[in-house]
Design a binder for this molecule. Sequence first.
Ligand SMILES: NC(=O)C1=CN([C@@H]2O[C@H](COP(=O)(O)OP(=O)(O)OC[C@H]3O[C@@H](n4cnc5c(N)ncnc54)[C@H](OP(=O)(O)O)[C@@H]3O)[C@@H](O)[C@H]2O)[C@@H](O)CC1
Ligand SMILES: [K+]
Length: 505
Amino acid sequence: MYIVTAEEMYDMDHGAMNKVGIDGKLLMENAGRSIAASLKERVSKTYRILVLAGGGNNGGDGFVIARTLLDNDFDVTVVQVVPDEKIIGDALYHKQLFVCCGGNVTVMQTVDEVGPMISRVDIVIDAIAGIGMKGRLREPLASVVDVVNKKASYVLSVDIPSGLPANEGISDFYAVQANETLITGFPKQSAFLEHTAPYYGNWQVVSFGLPSVITSDGAHRYLWTEEQFRKTIPERGRYSHKGSHGRGLAVGGSAEMPGSITMTVHAALRTGAGLVTAATAKSAIPAVASQCMEATYLALGETNGRMNNELPIPFDNYDAIVMGMGMGRHHEARSHIRKALEEASCPLIVDADGLYHLKSLLASVKKRKSPVVLTPHPGEMAMLLDKSVPELLQKPFAYAKMAAEKYGVYIVLKGPFTIITTPDGQQTVTTTGNEGLAKGGSGDVLSGIILAMVLQDQPIMEALSNACFIHGKAADMLIADTHSVYDLLASDLLHGISKVYRTFV
Ligand SMILES: NC(=O)C1=CN([C@@H]2O[C@H](COP(=O)(O)OP(=O)(O)OC[C@H]3O[C@@H](n4cnc5c(N)ncnc54)[C@H](OP(=O)(O)O)[C@@H]3O)[C@@H](O)[C@H]2O)[C@@H](O)CC1
Ligand SMILES: [K+]
């Protein structure tokens, strides 16, 4: 499923109308009917419903919803929040159908009238404005939204909460706070951004009958769903052996921080890597080995318990390498990263302290022929790009794409919505996971899962998307079952991985 900007959605709408010949009125009918069908399934006919209809096609959807609900004996009325002359085209057509079917439309004269009407109903359907919004909501609509936010007991937004931008990069807006949003067609970028996503409430996508022959030229962004995970997760052959599932290397940890590399290695093994070696400071090995019997170890020279560069790492013995977790920010650690960039011919995944070192090695990253995967959280990504975190979070899709293309790397930008970007700018988003993951060690586990998935026989983009899916889903399944967002530990995720496999594969 695509993730789109407003312009990309309009391009597809126009494609359906101009290339296929579907009338816009029909698309509007489909959109409104899909939303009404969803409501019919779960809302009692004793509920009173008020549709707030604005002047564009979003308002048009509102008239279709109202007509369909009325036809099904729901108690529904429409308040038109713009003057009559603003209702034109397809929206006017559907308004007339609603009226001819016995529907009641009240045209708002002053905003003061709206509050009491909202207070009398159980559900407000917000069809004030959709993806055609330009700039900050003007008066009197801003005041209408204010009343909705203060007085409505339950708000269902049509396509997008009114006032909210569909695209990333816009911070000046005033919008409806929805309880739920039924998105028509494809989810918009703003459903995946920290500063706009909460306005949607719970959301689902409903169809407006866009034919599948209509594809997007511009939207190289996709939602990575459970269905895709099931479809793409590599099978484990009956006759496979440990070598068939890859030989991975994890470089990191120190005597003071043995936990990070332990979780990475353990997670890689649990996810299905054939063989995993942990390269860490010599004195950290007993602590790591006591927690993870299945791994092998490569003892690195050390100074005060932290790896130094006395002993080289044979980077070419592996099928994929992950580096950085707990390795420290001292210069000896950096030389291992530099060497890996120069010498390893397999995919190289860089996380945590490794990303800090990478900042000064970006020229070598660019030159490297074999794949590089960076797994930053927003703070690390902002550091790499010399941006502030708020700046980055305004436009994570654009910044990730720009950096991935510029340096020729895969980027896993971690967050509640993890954005995975390929060197040619394709993006997937995974939405699994919960606030229980906001703890030290979660990233180390993800690194291990990524290592294991990159070792399997599948394109790196799929491997990364599946790894992020597993990581988040493990947390979700643990929360649903034996844990809570408070007590979940990164090490618990190791058991969660088993649950994900047993459920989905
Ligand atoms: N085939 C299709 O087309 C399909 C379309 N679909 C639906 O159409 C929606 C897009 O419809 P759209 O393009 O008509 O725009 P829409 O969001 O309703 O807003 C336009 C209105 O807002 C107003 N307005 C703008 N800026 C403003 C501001 N700052 N402050 C205040 N007002 C402002 C503007 O007024 P104006 O500025 O022109 O006076 C105009 O009245 C989409 O989200 C989906 O729901 C689906 O049903 C599927 C099929
Ligand atoms: K809306």
